[in-house]
Design a protein around this ligand. Structure first.
Ligand code: PLP
Length: 458
């Protein structure tokens, strides 16, 4: 069917949707009164809703459209691959050229030692795979009590029962009685919110010490792994103090825990490094990749598996690994991922975010520090946050938490800017193609929205 033949009116789409579509992360009961918005198309750095309204996307879809919208090269590769081989599985000793080639590329570009890849379709299923692989590894090692995975309060690792258990968000746990047994959580390294009188460096060490305390409480012989996002994304873009990850790394080594770096958001250039593990000097045994791997054009996730684990599960003791998804290593998704990586490399996007546009964004965000609502701004490369607070001097948050963020997000949208709010923190994760002109447009719209929010809450 052609685009024009398919064209309904906004009201028709909304009616169809309200009657039949159950949305993720949406209050379905409240939706009829709130209204559902229809995003109909996109180009470059802008979205267009079904009434033709233009919106600057400061969130790269959902932290994923790193190359921006409308990249014909990606569509062409997908088309060609669909004609050549639209699908074949990777079970039972089979591969496809795109799955094999991408595995080599990912092994070469990720940090040293991560040389094996297991494919899935989402960050959630990739984290499920890791939880299963970690247990399988310790069973094969004859350490059958090493089962518990330790995450952080307010960490996000996905929505399946296991991934939501790895994560530490109370509103995720509230649905369906989570976490499952075998998952527990420690303090997050959120200096601005929880650091009190400590310096960031002191607080980073304290937050890491919580891991050691938890391991000693449970017994190291019962602990399988530690999981963390290098920078917590959905939790509010929480950038840990520099002292945090080295201590985590040391503690995991001392008590023999595997390290899982969930780079679903941070990977593929978001921080100005290909992977945030490079910046924080994390040496992961597993790395979770998704989102920016294909710039969101097709679903694909990849679990990068380190030598220590790969040697055992693919070694003589390993046996059959009875785990996989119909679409593991989907050839069209893998072909698109390769083209996505090629374009990012050819266009020097990661270097540009690191050297030029990331620092420019940080400089411009810092200008917001003079705003009465803004308690802190923070960013690394193209991931950032603007914390809105009631009292800047006392670092005092609004009560109830979350209302002001929602007001600001709605003003942003009305002004033609898409930002996300977590609690009262405005989150920023633009496509990596943003130029300084896009950043200037963003700043103008963000400041206007902040002023309107201030007028509402004064
Ligand atoms: N891990 C992190 C750090 C994420 O931010 C997300 C999604 O936002 C996930 C995992 C889950 O990915 P997906 O939504 O593709 O299942």
């Amino acid at each position: 069917m052609s685009q024009t033949a398919r064209r309904n009116s906004t009201a028709e789409w909304q009616a169809q949707d309200l009657a039949h579509h159950l949305h993720p992360f949406t209050d379905q009961h409240a939706l009829p009164s709130q209204g559902v918005r229809v995003i109909a198309r996109a180009e470059g750095t802008h979205l267009y809703d079904s009434d033709g309204r233009r919106l600057l996307d400061a969130f790269a879809g959902l932290w994923c459209v790193n190359l921006g919208y409308g990249r014909k090269e990606l569509a062409k590769v997908a088309y060609d691959q669909m004609i050549e081989l639209p699908y074949y599985n990777t079970f039972f000793k089979t591969t496809t050229p795109p799955a094999a080639e991408l595995s080599k590329i990912l092994s070469d570009m990720t940090p040293k030692g991560l040389n094996r890849v297991f494919y899935g379709l989402s960050g959630s299923d990739a984290n499920d795979t890791i939880a299963r692989m970690a247990r399988h590894y310790w069973n094969l090692m004859g350490k059958k009590t090493k089962k518990t995975i330790i995450g952080r309060h307010n960490g996000y690792h996905g929505s399946t029962m296991v991934a939501a258990s790895m994560g530490g968000m109370s509103y995720m746990h509230a649905i369906a009685d989570l976490p499952l047994p075998g998952f527990t959580h420690i303090q997050q390294p959120y200096w601005y919110g929880e650091g009190g009188d400590l310096t960031p460096a002191e607080f980073g060490r304290k937050a890491a010490k919580a891991l050691e305390d938890k391991i000693l409480e449970l017994g190291p012989e019962n602990c399988a792994a530690f999981v963390g996002e290098p920078i917590q994304g959905a939790g509010g873009v929480i950038i840990p103090p520099d002292t945090y990850w080295p201590e985590i790394q040391r503690i995991c080594k001392q008590y023999d825990l595997l390290v899982i770096a969930d780079e679903v958001i941070c990977g593929f250039g978001r921080t100005g490094y290909w992977f945030a593990s490079e910046y924080f000097k994390i040496e992961p045994d597993f790395m979770t990749l998704a989102k920016g791997l294909t710039s969101g054009y097709l679903p694909l996730s990849a679990v990068m598996v380190g030598k220590r684990v790969a040697d055992v599960i693919a070694g003589d003791k390993g046996g059959e690994f009875n785990h996989g998804y119909t679409y593991s290593g989907h050839p069209v998704s893998c072909a698109v991922a390769m083209e996505n990586i090629r374009l990012m490399r050819d266009e020097g996007l990661v270097t540009r975010v690191h050297n030029e546009t990331g620092p420019y964004l940080a400089k411009r965000l810092n200008e917001l520090k003079d705003h009465p609502l803004v308690g802190e701004v923070r960013s690394l490369g193209f991931i950032g946050a603007i914390e809105l607070v009631k009292d800047k001097a006392k670092r005092k948050f609004f009560n109830p938490i979350g209302e002001v963020g929602t007001i600001c997000r709605d003003h942003c949208f009305a002004n033609g800017l898409v930002m996300r709010a977590t609690r009262d923190t405005m989150l920023l994760s633009p496509p990596l193609i943003w130029t300084t002109a896009d950043i200037d447009e963003f700043m103008e719209l963000a400041r206007k929205s902040l002023d309107q929010t201030l007028a509402d809450v004064k």
